[in-house]
Ligand binder design. Structure first.
Ligand code: NAD
Length: 450
């Protein structure tokens, strides 16, 4: 950030551990006025004296300057001080309790924030910075603040996850890859926009449970990649004569991790990593399985590879269940399945998720009709069931209750224009923009309803 072109916001942070302190110092250094509160007296005393309880490159020097200029201060929990803030950020710990998240610090911080909101003479946005499970902010936190007697109009509710890495926390704070602005109302959104006005990175504005899940998803992807790299390295070590880093380099040059050309889907952002009915084809399933079996012969446990296969095997059924949840039963319905190959531009149906989805439709009592620009013959050979193929899929659309787009062939992108009445479109891989659909048409993707 370059100086404070934005408004000077009065920020109070509850919890001055790693995240609270770095956030406080970072926000003060871009020109906001910050008060950090913590219940540990020793922490407050040492910070007031300019001594950070944690080591982080550059932190002590910056803290000294900010204390000198009066842009940051530290105190024990104090309702009157909190009530002066425009934003209260909650940055307390969310440790594990036998694996489950322990939200007791969040609850007590929200009670404190609630008392401040009730006492304040102006609206305050309460924003969760701690990592919390989806639903916590608009559930536990909102309810706890409302229970203080504060009127819903007098406070905002937001969630702004933190992605900093210990060891380079200040640098990460000043040049984040993105800022996620989660909000439940205009107040929280506007205060967070002001707070980060000087940051030029992408800013994602979403609801609070999306912000909460984004933090876990980010760590899950990182953990998944580390585990995959580790399982690969274990195999390399047993085989001998392979430097696992050479292998990683060969993998990272694959542009599919960073966007790619969109072969697997039409979505402008998530080109490769679009959720869907699972991967198929002649390579991923066979190769992950062979890699797992090979590792097992080397007496390695290979849990990563097993888990990948398990998740993928269940995904056609899971994705169908999730898309049809709450809809009238499929029993007796006619469903047109568009796309049978495992991805567009091929007639390869090996391990195609279409098979699992069509079997699940049939098991639910639906009559299935199917079309693919190239793969109908090949599909007929792998599916022993009674799928009825159609040549003119456009003409067939009017005769069915629902359409399921399994493979996002470009031909099917216009499907939205052919639907009417209360027909259902099941679109696991986001081939269609639901905004363009006729009123009445029911749109379902995984986790998306219209
Ligand atoms: P921490 O345990 O170091 O600090 C939490 C602080 O909150 C403690 O100093 C504690 O005394 C204080 N506190 C607890 N309840 C309080 C209350 N009611 N009033 C005032 N102070 C109170 O935790 P942390 O490492 O800073 O992490 C905070 C959150 O941020 C966690 O949810 C964590 O998962 C998340 N996070 C951490 C990192 C990291 O690298 N450490 C990175 C991203 C996100």
């Amino acid at each position: 950030p370059e100086g404070n072109g934005g408004l000077r916001v009065k920020v109070a942070i509850i919890g001055t551990g790693y995240v609270g302190l770095v956030t406080g110092v970072g926000l003060a250094s871009v020109g906001h006025s910050v008060t950090c509160l913590d219940m540990r007296e020793s922490v407050v005393e040492s910070l007031t004296a300019g001594i950070p309880p944690i080591f982080e490159q550059g932190l002590e020097e910056l803290l000294a300057q900010l204390l000198e200029s009066g842009s940051i201060s530290f105190s024990l929990p104090d309702v009157d001080r909190l009530a002066e803030a425009d934003i209260i950020m909650i940055a307390v710990g969310t440790p594990s309790r036998d694996g489950d998240i322990d939200l007791s610090q969040i609850r007590s911080a929200a009670e404190l924030a609630g008392r401040a909101v009730a006492a304040a003479d102006h609206p305050i946005a309460v924003v969760v910075k701690s990592t919390v499970v989806p639903g916590t902010t608009k559930g536990l936190v909102l309810d706890t603040i409302a229970a203080s007697g504060a009127d819903r109009e007098s406070f905002g509710i937001g969630m702004n996850p933190e992605f900093l890495r210990e060891g380079s926390a200040l640098v990460d704070f000043n040049s984040p890859d993105r800022i996620v602005i989660g909000f439940e109302d205009d107040l929280a959104r506007d205060r967070l926009r002001e707070l980060y006005a000087d940051f030029s990175c992408p800013k994602l504005e979403v609801n609070t449970q999306t912000a909460e899940l984004t933090k876990y998803a980010n760590n899950l992807y990182l953990a998944l990649q580390i585990s995959a790299a580790n399982e690969i390295a274990n195999v390399a070590a047993r085989v001998g004569g392979i430097d696992p880093l050479d292998v990683v380099e060969g993998v990272l040059s694959d542009h599919r991790w960073s966007g790619g050309d969109g072969v697997a889907g039409a979505h402008p952002i998530a080109k490769y990593l679009i959720p869907g009915p699972g991967f198929g084809g002649s390579c991923f399933p066979k190769d992950v399985e062979a890699f797992r079996e090979f590792g097992l012969t080397l007496e390695l446990p290979m849990q990563m590879s097993s888990a990948i296969l398990e998740v993928n095997g269940a995904q056609p059924g899971f994705s169908l269940d999730s898309m049809t949840e709450g809809l009238p039963p499929l029993d007796g319905k006619r469903v047109l399945v568009l796309g049978l190959s495992f991805k567009p531009q091929t007639d390869d149906v090996r391990e195609t998720p279409a098979l699992g989805m069509i079997r699940a439709l049939r098991a639910a009592g639906a009559t299935t009709l199917a079309h693919d620009p190239l793969a109908m013959d090949a599909y007929a050979r792998i599916d022993g069931g009674e799928v009825e193929f159609v040549v003119d899929w456009r003409a067939t659309v009017a005769t069915v209750d629902a359409v399921l787009v399994v493979t996002p062939w470009a031909d099917y992108r216009g499907i939205g224009d052919l639907l009417s009445g209360d027909q259902v479109l099941l679109d696991p891989r986001r081939s269609v923009d639901p905004a363009g659909l006729a009123a009445g048409v029911v749109y379902r993707s995984i986790g998306v309803k219209k």
